[in-house]
Design a protein around this ligand. Structure first.
Ligand code: BDR
Ligand code: CA
Length: 308
């Protein structure tokens, strides 16, 4: 069983990713940290807590950064609704942790002595602040799986994917940190689609938990339909799926940086020129998923959701 902390910005696809992690017997979620992203940091923390309540999970939720390291905050309420969860109102039990996101991450990583992984599903601000303030934490991060970035097209601008575009400096610092990273970016998440008939199937299962989940998914579906698309992009769920089953995607290792100065290409993931490798800090520490077995992803998703 892999023990992990999920850093996220729920967000409808974050919600589905959390549910997959809760349901999988291969993962044990030790804590959830939240960051401003799809909606404000106040809302992402509250949403994470209400998703735990809905799923019947007693997991510590710690709130983190309310905006990027530098620059202005971007949100995606057009995709996820004003409340971040498709405007579905969920009950909340318990409260947000007294610890902040950085504190929870630092303390739990040290306590686990190198056995804890992180999955990051939002802008990388919390992770960048963690390694900046506590550089001694680096060897304790067993692995960091990130949903973010694109080697090809973006989804906010032609080059910028939402999470990396929202805090490009944080993304750059994290990718160059030397932590063993698995990057699950748009190159592969654009291939992980949920279709109308899958949603109908879930709706037919019924039950109080799934009916709220389906309400959120229907909101997400309306967004994709408004873009003229039939499939819903399962960005964050694919990152969790890749941790549950590392054989789901094919990866290639690179040394990467993220553009954070140039307006036009802000957030773009760039392969570092190997001729610059005189610099000892550069090495191929990032495995990038480029292809996914869609059928196996979808059957894993449906099997885990069925358990609610
Ligand atoms: C990413 O952006 C967010 O809107 C989603 O939750 C996902 O993490 C996809 O670009
Ligand atoms: Ca997200």
């Amino acid at each position: 069983v892999k023990e992990l902390i999920i850093d996220c910005d729920p967000g409808i696809d974050d919600a589905l990713a959390l549910f997959m992690a809760f349901a999988s017997d291969k993962l044990l979620v030790r804590g959830i940290t939240t960051v401003a992203g799809n909606v404000s940091s106040a809302l992402t923390a509250r949403n994470a807590l209400s998703l735990c309540t809905l799923a019947g999970q007693d997991i510590e939720v710690a709130s983190g950064a309310s905006g990027p390291l530098v620059g202005t905050t971007h949100t995606a309420a057009n995709v996820h609704g004003e409340n971040g969860l498709g405007n579905v109102n969920l009950p909340v039990a318990g409260g947000i942790s007294e610890r902040g996101a950085e504190e929870l991450l630092y303390q739990e990583l040290l306590r686990a002595g190198g056995d804890l992984e992180i999955i990051a599903l939002g802008p990388l601000t919390n992770i960048a602040l963690l390694i900046e303030k506590h550089p001694d934490v680096l060897p304790y991060i067993k692995k960091l799986t990130i949903m973010g970035g694109s080697l090809g097209r973006g989804n906010v601008t032609p080059h910028g994917e939402f999470n990396f575009y929202s805090d490009p400096l944080a993304a750059d610092r994290v990718l160059r940190s030397g932590i063993p990273i698995h990057l699950v970016g748009l190159d592969v998440t654009n291939q992980a689609l949920l279709h109308g008939e899958d949603i109908d199937k879930m709706e037919a299962w019924g039950g109080p938990v799934i009916s709220d989940v389906v309400k959120m998914i229907r909101y997400y579906q309306r967004f994709y339909r408004s873009m003229g698309l039939d499939g819903l992009k399962m960005h964050d769920p694919l990152a969790v799926a890749a941790v549950i089953d590392p054989t789901l995607t094919e990866t290639t290792a690179y040394a990467l940086r993220v553009e954070h100065n140039d307006q036009e290409t802000m957030g773009k993931v760039c392969i570092i020129d190997e001729s610059q490798w005189g610099n000892a800090q550069l090495f191929k520490n990032v495995s990038v998923s480029m292809r996914v077995n869609q059928d196996r992803f979808l059957s894993l998703f449906m099997r885990l959701m069925r358990s609610f």
